[in-house]
Design a protein around this ligand. Structure first.
Ligand SMILES: [Zn+2]
Length: 384
């Protein structure tokens, strides 16, 4: 095994899922960095059960590069694995199997493997590591980590590279994601009284259709961005709960919906319009049942979109570093939007294929892993 593969094997052996304590893996990474004489800062959650990590290698000078990764992975439950998902397994087909081998411990392993090159080089500009937790359950830790970096360092890093699997293709755009929950309170009664009562289910169904119509309206108004698939903002209702029996009018119904925005649209705008529509419905239906109510809340935090200009300096640089000219966009969520929002122009570029992520027999090819190391070595060369 090469050094990066050995490190990846260590990382994969920590079965830290999104939402769980990541202290085991983050302490291992901290100790590895400390052994290389790097000063490490942990950014714990309130309960002290999880922590992100950041550190600087090189001088305290403006213009450095943040390398970002997450330490958590998605569950393996119910998946049909051929190998132990938490033992990195070399199946002699050029692929290394294991949960997180691709998403995204591969990039963290590359970062750690290149540490000796970084500390050994005479860096003119610094390199920062920013490793988070709970990315897989909604990019929960990134906002605090970004803030901790801004607050802690007197100098200002210039760019962020988020090493999500992209086959080392630079990704300059990502959709924003917002999740909402809406609860409707109607009046209960015998189902035969549907004309006299207000069914929370019927009203919720109308609201879901309103949301779908809103999506179609945006498309019809030409809100199209061909860089994304689908090329428009999507609005979708994913859970719908209410009612107790076929013959009882439901007095409660709630549903979750998500909005995945292209950069030209705003989830907050859509939400505002939805709320205005809800107030109209309330006024109308309170004539039938005075207690009728629709309440919605936004689930925090939201993932902002990423829209790095193709002419941005970081894009030119990442093309050189990755030796890939092809720019792409993705529809999945990553921490790139949060770094960009925090003032660090960001791109996603990391080893492995996102198609392998989150499924059984996830793997990273040894070739991608080696190329990931080469990309970071080129970064070191560029900065020395
Ligand atoms: Zn990931």
């Amino acid at each position: 095994m090469t050094k990066v593969e050995e490190i990846l094997a260590k990382l994969v052996a920590f079965p830290v899922l999104g939402g769980e304590s990541n202290l085991s893996i983050i302490h291992w990474i901290r100790d590895y960095l400390t052994d290389h004489n790097i000063e490490v800062r942990l950014v714990p959650n309130e309960e002290g059960t999880k922590a992100s990590l950041h550190c600087r290698i090189g001088p305290a000078i403006d213009g450095g590069f943040i390398l970002s990764g997450h330490t958590d992975v998605v569950p393996v439950k119910g998946q049909d694995w051929d190998t132990d998902p938490f033992v990195l397994t070399d199946s002699n087909d050029g692929k290394l199997y294991g949960r997180g081998s691709c998403d995204m411990k591969a990039f963290i392993a590359c970062c750690l493997a290149v540490v000796p090159d970084m500390t050994g080089a005479d860096l003119r500009k610094p390199i920062y590591f920013a490793f988070s937790y709970d990315e897989e359950v909604g990019c929960l830790a990134a906002p605090e980590l970004v803030k901790a970096i801004s607050d802690h360092y007197q100098e200002t890093p210039a760019y962020a590279i988020i090493g999500e699997p992209s086959m080392l293709e630079p990704i300059v755009g990502q959709k924003g994601i917002c999740i909402f929950e809406t609860t409707v309170n109607g009046s209960a009664g015998h189902s035969s009284r549907i004309r006299q009562e207000v069914s929370a289910i019927h009203e919720s169904a109308r609201l879901v259709l309103w949301l779908e119509n809103k999506m179609n309206e945006l498309v019809n108004r030409g809100h199209i961005d061909e860089r994304f698939h689908p090329p428009h903002t999507s609005i979708h209702c994913g859970t719908f709960k209410g009612g107790i029996a076929p013959n009882v009018i439901a007095d409660q119904c709630s549903f979750h919906w998500d909005v995945r925005t292209i950069p030209m649209d705003s989830a907050d705008e859509i939400f505002k319009e939805f709320e205005a529509h809800c107030r109209e419905r309330e006024t109308e239906l309170q004539k039938v049942f005075p207690g009728f109510e629709i309440k919605s809340e936004k689930h925090h935090p939201v993932v902002p979109h990423l829209d790095t200009s193709e002419d941005a300096e970081i894009v030119k640089i990442i093309k050189e570093l990755s030796q890939n000219d092809q720019l792409d966009t993705v529809s999945y969520a990553a921490e790139a939007g949060q770094f960009a929002e925090g003032g660090y122009p960001a791109v996603i570029c990391g080893p492995g294929d996102i198609a392998q992520a989150h499924r059984a027999n996830e793997f990273v090819s040894r070739e991608q892993l080696a190329k990931g190391v080469e990309m970071l070595q080129r970064l070191v060369d560029r900065l020395s």
